[in-house]
Design a protein around this ligand. Structure first.
Ligand SMILES: CSC[C@H]1O[C@H](OP(=O)(O)O)[C@H](O)[C@@H]1O
Ligand SMILES: Nc1ncnc2[nH]cnc12
Length: 290
């Protein structure tokens, strides 16, 4: 048994959380550069928490420029066990309406201008992301969300696009009609892949803010309307986060799905061929197996 430490990565419109005991913004340095911002640490119902605003306070980083590797490394370095991503998203499904939460379980990664791995020349590793989110942590999010009275959809495929522009109508229709996607956003990839490499359980709560551009009864995506919907939902998000400690508990059994052992057989580079400089950078992420 280990101690649960929950991190919340807050997306657009979510730049802090309240209610933490002993709340303190801390600076975390990583070998991958600076995280998006300082990290707010504290506790909630006796469970250690960390909060990181993905775009930084004041919304400084674009989806392409979010320092995803530094963010995940920093959370690992702080001893986080479980990462909950909270994001704004567009919906491709009529019944996934603005204001609803979708607990995403699959991704199609269309991003192309981001560093997607901690590994590379000098230490090559291949982890599975067949199931990129953690079912145990997703269960906890679903329970906490429903307890808070939120309309929660369990399961959904998230199209991760590069951005920063929203999709064209043709893209929106293709993702919805031919690719079977349910929601769209710009940030959950490579975040989810990196969390898996860092052996962190990862769950994604996508808060629907709009119908992207496919819906005949709704206009084009408008960032002002997105933020207005998000602001209206902030209380729901806070209620969900407040319910998580009670659902997860302080004592943490190993992940039944193996998220916390993802690197067990993943590293291919022979020990004598490994690059000491890269190994040094991997101290937090892969220290358990190196
Ligand atoms: C504010 S509209 C587009 C922006 O919002 C989402 O950010 P996040 O996932 O961090 O909530 C979306 O992915 C885009 O980055
Ligand atoms: N329609 C949309 N496309 C991409 N990212 C989004 N974030 C919120 N709504 C979005």
């Amino acid at each position: 048994m280990t101690q649960t430490k929950i991190a919340v990565i807050g997306g657009s419109g979510i730049y802090e959380i309240d209610g933490l005991e002993n709340a303190e913004w801390v600076t975390v340095e990583t070998p991958w550069g600076n995280p998006s911002d300082q990290i707010l640490t504290g506790s909630l119902d006796g469970i250690e928490m960390a909060f990181l605003p993905r775009h930084g306070r004041g919304h400084v980083h674009s989806p392409t420029e979010v320092p995803y590797r530094a963010n995940i490394d920093a959370l690992k370095r702080l001893g986080v066990t479980d990462v909950i991503s909270v994001s704004a998203c567009g919906s491709f499904r009529e019944h996934m309406a603005p204001g609803d939460f979708v607990i995403v379980d699959q991704f199609i990664d269309r991003t192309f201008a981001r560093e997607k791995s901690f590994f590379g020349t000098g230490c090559v590793a291949h982890v599975s992301v067949a199931h990129p989110t953690c079912p145990r942590l997703s269960d906890a999010c679903e329970t906490a969300g429903k307890t808070a009275g939120i309309t929660v959809h369990r399961g959904g495929t998230y199209l991760a696009m590069e951005g920063p522009q929203f999709s064209s109508l043709a893209e929106s229709k293709m993702y919805r009609e031919h690719w079977g996607c349910d929601v769209i956003g710009m940030t959950n990839m490579p975040e989810a892949k990196l969390a898996r490499e860092a052996e962190l359980c990862y769950a994604s709560i996508a808060m629907v803010t709009d119908y992207d551009s496919w819906h005949p009864d709704h206009g084009e995506v408008d960032v002002t309307a997105i933020i207005a919907t998000l602001t209206g939902n902030a209380e729901k998000g806070r209620a969900l986060v407040k319910g998580l400690p009670a659902v997860l508990g302080a004592e943490r059994a190993p992940c039944p799905h193996g998220c916390d052992r993802a690197l067990e057989y993943a590293i291919l580079t022979a020990p004598e061929k490994r690059d000491p400089a890269l190994l040094a950078k991997l101290d937090a992420v892969a220290g358990r197996v190196l």
